[in-house]
Design a binder for this molecule. Sequence first.
Ligand code: GTQ
Length: 350
Amino acid sequence: MSLTEAPEETAERKAFYEKIDSNSYTPLWAVLNSIITPEPKSDCVPHVWRFQVAKDYLLEAGGLITAKEAERRVLVLENPGLRGQSRITTSLYAGLQIVMPGEVAPAHRHSQSALRLVLDGEGAHTAVNGERTMMSFGDFVITPPWGWHDHGNSSDEPMIWLDGLDIAVVSLFDASFAEEHGEDEQPITRPLGDSTARFAANMLPYDYERKGLASPIFNYPYDRSREALEKLKSAEDADRCHGFRMRYVNPLDGGWAMPTIAPGLQLLPKGFETAPYRSTDATVFVVMEGQGKSQIGDEVLEWGPKDVFVAPSWKWIKHMPDGEAVFFTYSDRVAQEKLGLWREDRGNQK
Ligand code: GTQ
């Protein structure tokens, strides 16, 4: 008997297990080693989704169903170890959404938080709680829980972005609510750039009272975040595990920008190989710039611009970019930190 091995299943014991099974009992000692493991054990596996393949499928889906009929025309990136569960990691969701010129994805709201990371096209918009934002490459846009949101594309090219949601987190707690707005597009009551002016100028409205847990900043534009990393690169040495990596924060408290999803931006200089790193937050990497390889556990994944790859919890990660590379990253680290669960391992070098 131990934490790692279940006791022998004798005929007598088996008969007992079967007898109690019909009344909804089960013996802990037969399952203990699979429910309380000495270290993280996951069905989530390392995997890469190539953008070119995804874009062809998305354009094909564009001819098959409208955004309105689909509600959201999205291809879910399903982890090969978690098929049928709409998960890219055990706790998080990723999908690639396409909005064709002239289309609207109708207004709705739900308990789940979403992030948008713009990958392809220019000039579509999303609206949240009465405000629109225009979307450009690399912009990180937040849809807070229970906020009305609809998407539209008045440009003349298809727009594709990545959706990251905390669907499995909400499912774990059976706390999902959702409703239709009724109108395709919600009424717009505030000017473009309103939340940027109020919350993203290192100021806050003088008597601002916080509503909800998500950052009130709607859109974190890529140019500004990218420029911050560039400055960091010229000012200090790269972290041996992360290169130059920054987190997107909520200006109200300096914490992560979202209550359940921890977003970041990571720059790996030309020729820089990261030192092996692991943490309990399985992480989604979206390649914004560059190409190269990453070793995750025993697997080596090759990636290029706009590809998405995933590293499971507690697998060693080592990035090997060919030239300079930039990743947008997201994970459930913020949720694990709040629950006192998050751990990292930077290897044995200091
Ligand atoms: O755009 O509101 O990928 O509700 C999945 C669920 C996107 C959205 C997704 C959603 C949305």
